[in-house]
Design a protein around this ligand. Structure first.
Ligand SMILES: Nc1nc2c(ncn2[C@@H]2O[C@H](COP(=O)(O)OP(=O)(O)OP(=O)(O)O)[C@@H](O)[C@H]2O)c(=O)[nH]1
Length: 437
């Protein structure tokens, strides 16, 4: 969520430029109040009497230059941290180096056109705000905690405060994947390094990195230290912190650090989502949404031999006369039939079962903890449900062959599937639309 810019000061010697910039801002950011002036002197007068969230300035101004204005801003008590952007078509490297040393926050090349300027400002504000995240904050000093909580909450952060590392560890346990409150996960941890109680901030860090196995990207940790000493800082990093802030806390420094850690965490989460999505695509049949044959070959053997799954039933299910369905209703309708059958299997089978598209119109199902008698009953129920399905308004039946490793727990996947395939062949031979074991 971009930070709302309430007031922008636009400093430019050209009245035409001021008019264009104002018009663009009014169109793109109608809630923002724009104040314009043409000289550094006027700008300083404005900064004395009003608060601005952002300043843009041309480089060359009639009285002094934009870099001078920037020096003034950085020296001012009220605008010390206000972002200042130079807008110029002719800033060379030397000028820019000097500008950044003077505190220029960013630079927009005017030759890109004023329309690009509005999107530049939007992106800029997004980069400089976006404080959206859940923080676990561990601090035993009530005074510091009160100040910090109000500061972080004012910037939109959701903060859970605890005074002890032990309590923080419990919260992390509850909110970690598989925990009782896993949906309430934290994006980053901010902790005082020295905490009263049995465990210190260092112990908390140690637990985060070694007990929860959170990497620095997965759970960034910002440490608050009372010390500026290099040794202490090294100690903090060795303990697994991503960054530190020394007390007394400077609001803008703290926010910049939090912002950068939230970015790390959010980029990690986005990457993980993408990786999970790609993994899912790689193991799933795109038409039927069940697992693909490759997944069965890679994981089926372990599934069958995993002693916690015993006994396992292997079921092969084949649509009867599917070629005729394709011939009569068309290939697209045939696809819809396969799609609906995949959905039905996902709906009806238990979550721990493994439904696989084995071939064109053939499915393999591995069902854990399924004794021979139960397997036959389940397969028969499945057959009846499929007969009643009428996907895409097409009546279909299936033949099913199955086997279990109940009598012989040492059976391999290949043997189980081989037996189920022979049973399927028998079901087809005996007239289809039936289950054979
Ligand atoms: N629409 C569609 N058809 C497919 C797909 N994959 C395979 N098929 C068709 O499935 C049909 C399978 O035909 P057969 O192996 O002769 O089996 P059948 O017609 O079902 O006959 P039985 O199994 O003996 O009952 C073929 O016509 C394939 O073209 C697919 O993804 N979509």
């Amino acid at each position: 969520m971009p930070r709302k810019l309430n007031r922008i000061l636009v400093v430019d010697g050209s009245e035409v430029a001021r008019t264009i910039i104002t018009r663009i801002f009014n169109e793109e950011m109608p809630d923002t109040k724009i104040t314009t002036c043409g000289t550094v002197q006027e700008a300083c007068a404005w900064l004395e009497r009003s608060h601005f969230d952002l300043i843009t300035t041309a480089l060359m101004l009639p009285d002094k230059d934009g870099i001078e204005l920037c020096r003034y801003v950085r020296a001012s008590k009220f605008h010390h941290y206000t972002p200042t952007i130079v807008v110029s078509g002719d800033a060379d490297t030397r000028l820019l180096r000097e500008g950044f040393a003077a505190g220029v926050t960013d630079y927009f090349d005017k030759s890109l056109g004023y329309h690009a300027f509005a999107s530049f400002i939007m992106e800029f504000t997004l980069r400089h705000s976006g404080l959206v995240g859940r923080i676990l904050y561990v601090e035993d000093s009530q005074l510091t905690a009160t100040v910090m909580l109000s500061l972080m909450e004012r910037h939109g952060l959701q903060v859970t405060h605890t005074t002890h590392a032990e309590e923080a560890i419990q919260l992390l346990r509850d909110t970690s994947p598989g925990g009782v409150r896993e949906d309430e996960y934290f994006d980053i941890v901010i902790t005082d390094f020295y905490l009263q109680g049995r465990l210190t901030g260092g112990d908390l860090l140690h637990a985060i990195r070694t007990r929860f196995h959170y990497s620095q990207q997965e759970m960034p940790v910002l440490v608050l230290t009372g010390s500026e000493s290099g040794e202490k800082q090294v100690e903090v990093f060795h303990a697994g912190a991503n960054d530190f802030v020394s007390k007394p806390i400077v609001e803008e420094v703290l926010l910049a650090r939090i912002r950068s850690l939230l970015t790390i965490r959010q980029q990690f989460a986005a990457l993980k989502r993408q990786t999970d999505e790609m993994h899912k695509l790689a193991i799933t049949d795109s038409l039927t949404r069940v697992y693909n044959r490759r997944y069965l070959l890679d994981h089926g053997e372990h599934f069958v031999t995993n002693r916690h799954n015993h006994p396992v039933a292997a079921v092969l299910l084949d649509i009867d006369h599917f070629k005729k369905i394709n011939d009569k209703f068309g290939h697209i309708t045939g696809d819809r039939v396969l799609e609906a059958l995949g959905k039905l299997l996902l709906d009806l089978l238990p979550d721990n079962a493994l439904p696989v598209r084995f071939g064109g119109e053939e499915f393999a199902l591995l069902v854990p903890r399924c004794a021979a008698r139960d397997a036959h009953t389940c397969a028969e129920q499945l057959r009846i449900s499929i007969e009643a399905l009428r996907p895409a308004n097409v009546p279909i039946t299936v033949s099913i062959g199955l086997d279990t490793n109940q009598a012989n727990p040492g059976m391999t996947l290949t043997q189980l599937i081989g037996n189920a395939d022979r049973a399927l062949y028998a079901a087809k031979a005996q007239g289809r639309n039936q289950v054979c074991a």
